[in-house]
Structure formats: structure tokens, C-alpha cells
Design a protein around this ligand. Structure first.
Ligand SMILES: Cc1cc2nc3c(=O)[nH]c(=O)nc-3n(C[C@H](O)[C@H](O)[C@H](O)COP(=O)(O)OP(=O)(O)OC[C@H]3O[C@@H](n4cnc5c(N)ncnc54)[C@H](O)[C@@H]3O)c2cc1C
Length: 349
């Protein structure tokens, strides 16, 4: 178990902001994770478990203990119908996708190159190019932090939704994810419904070809966090009443909108931001990415305050033009606990 005192969190999250934590501990087993969490010397400290910090914005220094999950290990069993993978929460997600595709166990290829750890993947039910974690997840193993007791949640208990799950709500801060069970069916059906994948023939395409295309498109479209710190899509695609979507479509005929069930439509947050002319808009060192309006980047030594001010400006601009309020997909961490853009500005005004 590695312990780092009063260190910058810059290497531990993909925005690369120079914020500090009182202490950072890296854990490699379930037992280490629980013993650190229950350690008396940290009893009253705020605590945060992270993977690769690719969905986090630290709004200021974190006045507590950051536990970096590095629980590794992959075991594979098989039935006549499927490969069943039990994967340690600290394994790298993209590494897992590559390994499975190369080992001829297709099913994860559409989700290639999503940064982060396997253990974080159920939390916001990661997804890309028409496939979500929930489509492959069999179970999520957790430890109950107060007692150290192990608890397995089957996929139907995880309340998976669009970038959502029970781990963002009832089980947040009470359960840590230690492993994820995935089921990859041997009878593989490629999902080529989205954008650049539609060029393929479903009868002849391979998972390796899909993975290569997804990687190429992502590398072209999304800024590499190693070059410009970012956390991917900063905002969720807003789900609005279908009547509002229709009214907006009347005013903005080229606006993309997709049915989202129960009388609602999903709009494209990137399109809304782009229509406000915000690509390349910069506040301090934070900038709306020049090609991908949905991504805010640490362009030139941004501070947390720069990113917060930019996020606020984007939300207000979209609200003014379209009457739609964007919600951030990125998780905001305050000095002691999770927070939100609205909370940060109510507190500060
Ligand atoms: C360039 C880029 C592209 C991206 N593209 C996509 C995409 O296409 N689709 C998509 O869905 N996401 C995307 N993301 C977002 C991100 O990759 C995912 O949310 C990912 O699952 C986060 O993993 P992480 O390990 O970095 O989590 P972290 O950012 O470290 O943590 C995220 C949250 O989970 C909690 N957490 C982490 N580990 C545990 C644990 N073991 N137990 C309990 N709680 C825990 C943390 O406290 C935090 O609240 C992208 C991000 C980037 C930077």
C-alpha cells in the first residue's frame, strides 16, 4: 500500500489540475481498501475513492483522503454460450477491451478507448457507439464500507440508466466497487448502427475492425487528455419534453433530436453549445475544444476556477438561447464532498 502525503492530484485525474489532497493512498486488494477506509486515523476525514480520475473535476483542494483503486486481476470461465469474465476494479478499461478482442471474445469493441478503470464503468454505465456497460454486465462486486462485508449486485439490481446507476445514488459513499462480472456471448452480433460503423457489412465485419475504427474516430474527434487535460463529454445530452423539442425544431430545423421514451426527446448538448458559437471560447486557461464543443479542456495551465467559470458560461449561454439547462456529466468534487456547478455558485455568490 503506497501512501503519499500532501501531494498534487495532477497525475491522478485527467484534467491535470494542480490541486492537492491531504493524503493519497493506493490500494491493491479489497482488504487494503476496507482497512484504509475504516482506519481510525482517518475517522473524521472526507474520503474519496477514484480510478483514473477521468470523470472528475476537482473544484478546489480536497481536504481529505483519496483512495486510488488498483485492485487487479482477470479470470475467465466459459459456458457453451458465453465467456464470463471476473475483472478487478482497478484494471484499465481499454486494456480489457483490447485483451478480449485479441483473444477472440468480442462484445466490448464499441466501447474501446473509453478512459478509466473497470470498477468505474458501472457507475455511470459507460457507453459509446450504441453499446453500454449494462449490455454486457452480469454483476458488480462491492464491499460495504462501514462493515467490510462483501455484497454482489446482479445487473438488474444496479438500476442502470443513461450515464446513471444505483452507485451514483443510494450506494454512493457506502459501497466500493471491487470487481465487475461481464458476460460476452459466443454468438456475436456486431453493433454497427452508429455513424462511421454503418459502412461495415454485418455479415463480414470483425470485432477487431470495429475496435480499430472506433479508436481511429475517437483519436481524431476527442482531445488526448495527455496533451490537453479533459474529462470527455462535460455535459449530458439533455432529455426534454417532446413538446419543447418540437417547438425548438420549428425554430432550429437542423437541430438533432432523438426519441427518449415517456414523451421525451434527447437533444445533442454538443450541437446546442456549438450553435452558441462557443467552440474555442476561453476563460483563463480553460477552453471549449475547437472541434468538439462538448469537451472543455485544460488548454493552458487552467485552474479549477477557470473551468468552473467556463462551465457556468456555457450553461448560461445555452439556457439563454434554447431555454434548456445542461447538466454536467463530469462529477464535481468540493473540498470535503461531491458538489455541483449550481452548488458551487450558490455557495460563492
Ligand atoms: C477523453 C475522454 C473520453 C471519454 N469518453 C467517454 C465515453 O465515450 N463514454 C462514457 O461513458 N464515458 C466517457 N468518458 C468518461 C470516463 O471515461 C468514464 O466515466 C470512466 O468510467 C471513468 O473512470 P475512472 O476510473 O477514471 O473514474 P473516476 O473519474 O476516477 O471516478 C468517477 C466516479 O466514480 C467513483 N469511483 C471510482 N472508482 C470507484 C470504486 N471502485 N468504488 C466506488 N466509487 C468509485 C469516484 O468517486 C467518482 O465519483 C471519457 C473521459 C475522457 C477523459
Amino acid at each position: 500500500m503506497k501512501v503519499l502525503q500532501d501531494r498534487s492530484l495532477a497525475p491522478f485525474h485527467t484534467f491535470g489540475l494542480d490541486v492537492k489532497a491531504k493524503q493519497i493512498v493506493m490500494v491493491e486488494t479489497d482488504a487494503e481498501l476496507v482497512s484504509v477506509w475504516l482506519d481510525d486515523s482517518y475517522r473524521d476525514w472526507p474520503k474519496l475513492i477514484i480510478g483514473q480520475g477521468s470523470n472528475l473535476l476537482f473544484c478546489e483542494d480536497f481536504d481529505g483522503l483519496v483512495i486510488v483503486n488498483r485492485i487487479r486481476g482477470i479470470s475467465i470461465t466459459e459456458t457453451d454460450e458465453a465467456y464470463c469474465l471476473h475483472v478487478g476494479a482497478g484494471e484499465d478499461w481499454h486494456g480489457l477491451v483490447e485483451m478480449t478482442v485479441h483473444a477472440d471474445m468480442p462484445g466490448l469493441e464499441n466501447m474501446a478507448l473509453i478512459p478509466g478503470c473497470v470498477g468505474s464503468s458501472p457507475i455511470q454505465n459507460i457507453g459509446a457507439y450504441g453499446v453500454e456497460l449494462k449490455d454486457r454486465c452480469q454483476y458488480v462486486d462491492t464491499v460495504v464500507l462501514a462493515t467490510g462485508e462483501h455484497r454482489r449486485l446482479m445487473a438488474d439490481e444496479c438500476q442502470f440508466g443513461y450515464r446513471d446507476s444505483v452507485f451514483k445514488h443510494a450506494l454512493q459513499q457506502t459501497h466500493a466497487i471491487t470487481a465487475v462480472g461481464l458476460r460476452l456471448a459466443k454468438e456475436w452480433h456486431p453493433n454497427i448502427s452508429y455513424g462511421p460503423l454503418a459502412q461495415f457489412d454485418a455479415d463480414s465485419v470483425t470485432a477487431a475492425e470495429i475496435m480499430a475504427t472506433v479508436c481511429a474516430v475517437r483519436m481524431e474527434k476527442l482531445p488526448d487528455p495527455k496533451r490537453w487535460g479533459n474529462a470527455g463529454s462535460f455535459f449530458k445530452n439533455p432529455v426534454v419534453p417532446a413538446a419543447l423539442a418540437e417547438e425548438l425544431a420549428g425554430q432550429f430545423p437542423s437541430m438533432p433530436a432523438y426519441p427518449a421514451g415517456s414523451g421525451c426527446s434527447k437533444l445533442a448538448a454538443g450541437w446546442l453549445i456549438d450553435q452558441c458559437g462557443l467552440k474555442g471560447h476561453q476563460i483563463g486557461g480553460a477552453r471549449v475544444h475547437d472541434n468538439q464543443a462538448l469537451v472543455l479542456v485544460n488548454y493552458q495551465g487552467a485552474s479549477s476556477a477557470d473551468l468552473l467559470a467556463l462551465a457556468k458560461y456555457v450553461v448560461e449561454s445555452v439556457e439563454r438561447r434554447f431555454g434548456v439547462t445542461l447538466e454536467h456529466e463530469v462529477r464535481f468534487m468540493g473540498r470535503q464532498a461531491e458538489t455541483s456547478l449550481a452548488e458551487v455558485y450558490n455557495e460563492r455568490s
